[in-house]
Design a protein around this ligand. Sequence first.
Ligand SMILES: [Zn+2]
Ligand SMILES: [Zn+2]
Length: 83
Amino acid sequence: MVKMETSKAKKKWKREYYIRNKEKYSIWAKLDYLKRQGRFKIGEECEKCGKKQQLVMHHEDYKKPFKIMVLCRFCHQKLHKST
Ligand SMILES: [Zn+2]
Ligand SMILES: [Zn+2]
């Protein structure tokens, strides 16, 4: 019983998280779609260290969905910690 309750709570949390970040999710989905169609290209290496693996898109401002920084996970984490 207890197990079920926690998974329920997790689900609820996930849903709330999704609702709170809906805007971001829709931006990511849009970019993903454009990328797959070849209508949108992002850099293939980290803008800070030049690494080509584990890249993520970083948005400085989600109101400007096409202003993206390509960073590796490490630089991305560092950037978020410093701000
Ligand atoms: Zn990097
Ligand atoms: Zn970021």
